[in-house]
Design a protein around this ligand. Sequence first.
Ligand code: FES
Length: 148
Amino acid sequence: MYSEKVMDHFANPRNVGELENANAVGQVGNAKCGDIMKIYMDIENDVVKDVKFKTFGCGAAIATSSMATEMVKGKTVEEALSLTNKAVMEALDGLPAEKVHCSVLAEEAIKAAIDDYKSRTGVSLGDSNSCSGCGVCCHKCNDVDGEK
Ligand code: FES
């Protein structure tokens, strides 16, 4: 029922724990089963230097998080953001259909952690802090006098 890779990552999960100096932390709950996933990242110069996870999830959640953390380590923030649960499942040689929802936890927690990083560093996902020079000040560029 489970692939050898899933069993390996479940029995020997990589990157379990937390990072004391994390500058990106994301926690999400699984809408389907109520389980929880927390991801810690150490991001330097927009590169994921280190990543760890803790979960109240099932074996499939542990295996997918283990694989997902391996896949984003050393990657840029943008590359990490584009990781999908589908790619993680493929890297694990698949999951049973009833366990697919478990793989979403890791993807969402990674996105939540990067969101946290972006809000700490003042870069929003929508790039709303940059002034586009449109001539009509929307105040998102902090130019409160509208003189830009
Ligand atoms: Fe909840 Fe798998 S059953 S994460």
